[in-house]
Design a protein around this ligand. Sequence first.
Ligand SMILES: Nc1nc2c(ncn2[C@@H]2O[C@H](COP(=O)(O)OP(=O)(O)OP(=O)(O)O)[C@@H](O)[C@H]2O)c(=O)[nH]1
Ligand SMILES: [Mg+2]
Length: 487
Amino acid sequence: MVGDDSRIWIPSLGRERAQRLRGIRLIHTHLKREPLTEEDLSDLTLLRLDAACAITMDEHGLPEQFHLAYIAPGMKPGYTLEKPYRPGQLPEDLEDRFAELDTQFRRFEEVTRSAGGMPRAILVGVYTRESRQRRTPEDSIAELKELCHTAGVDPVQSFIQNRSHLDPSTVLGSGKIKEIAIAGVQENADTLVFDMELSPAQAIRLSTLTELKILDRTQLILDIFARNARSRDGKLQVELAQLRYLKGRLSEKDDNMSRLTGGIGARGPGETKLEIGRRRVEDRIRRLEKELTSVKKRRLLNRRRRDDSAVPVCSIVGYTNAGKSTLLNKLTHSEVTQENRLFATLDPTTRRLRFPEEREIILTDTVGFIHDLPPELKKAFQATLEELADSDLLLHCIDASDPAREEKVRDVEEILNELGLSDIPTLRVYNKLDRLPPALRKELENDARPDRVYVSAREGINLKPLLDRLEELTSGAVHPSVLAEPG
Ligand SMILES: Nc1nc2c(ncn2[C@@H]2O[C@H](COP(=O)(O)OP(=O)(O)OP(=O)(O)O)[C@@H](O)[C@H]2O)c(=O)[nH]1
Ligand SMILES: [Mg+2]
């Protein structure tokens, strides 16, 4: 390789992730009398070179000093810098040292491997002033971590960066990208997860720069939905959303999706693999859309039938993981899936709830909400969510123990508004009361308002008052307008 007096350009050394040193030593001259530069050292780490060596010269152009550094697996800053050697004094055991390093590197890879072969991910949140006004970067990253856990990705480190605007081609500046890539080597990570939706071009650019697999928040959510889809309708909806997302991301060259197969981001509904050529994507999308239209018609028919029965319908809505399914189970003695995972529920479930005196209502549990739900999913789940419009009452289930509780309440209300559901009377059910410190719990319980109740679905606390409220609000005896305005 040839460079100039300030730098050399190292060609791409290939993307494959050998679990060892690269077997390449960078030995180059420095025309100025300077030791190894920042850039030499970051190349050493990023490219996993065996060693980087710079040879400086004296005024006669003869070799003066050998500056030598080699990689130090798992340690910060990721390399060992030796004292400069004089020509002729280079240690003779270098070959053995490299062999030893190689062994260390493999051992490091083994001890840092995540259980079950999960991808190891570095989380990257880039926030503008506008996004920070809606939620704190810490809350946002905390939620991304939850999404990772649910999707089977091991988050090993996170970077938060505030910027006045996002770089259109790479989101972040090049210095920061390098820092993150170096952390990737130090943490033995193979994936970067961005807390936003990336454009196809951004994802490709970032993956070239870092040699890491790039995932965005949308892919994580799609993946979780794909894992959790059980019913036929659910699977159709999820596959449609995935294909719509992928459509814009399949280039001409990638006709067989080879780059996308395997792992997160390529899992189809029900453990199938998404393996479909670009040209067939359009066909498949059209087919799915048609099938979903017939699903919609069938649903409409069911809805009409339900209308006729004149049994009041009450729907449980709320942020994902708030405890909606647990609440339905407790109130109706059922056993729908409840789990400490995001989006455990995708398919709506309906149960009858009988009050004394032979009165009954229909209680439904449905897919949870999340802020900035990917538009593809929003569209695909439109039909499911539209059913909420038939409700006579909404139970807005809130995790009272969540520090980001109020933001999530606002997110849910915004989504309800978007769905045209904000006119339906809503009772706020603050759940997980058992997790609150006693003082806060007292304070909340004393804050009696007609539009809210405080319960623990899991521990069965205050369910009687909730049932009484439910009966009251659905009996027609009390006009729902007694529910105060939110606030
Ligand atoms: N401590 C405590 N945990 C609860 C309570 N209610 C629910 N949980 C837990 O919260 C987690 C989520 O509960 P789910 O009922 O699955 O929540 P969900 O709102 O249906 O969530 P998705 O369907 O995933 O959107 C589970 O681990 C529940 O055991 C409660 O009152 N107290
Ligand atoms: Mg649920």
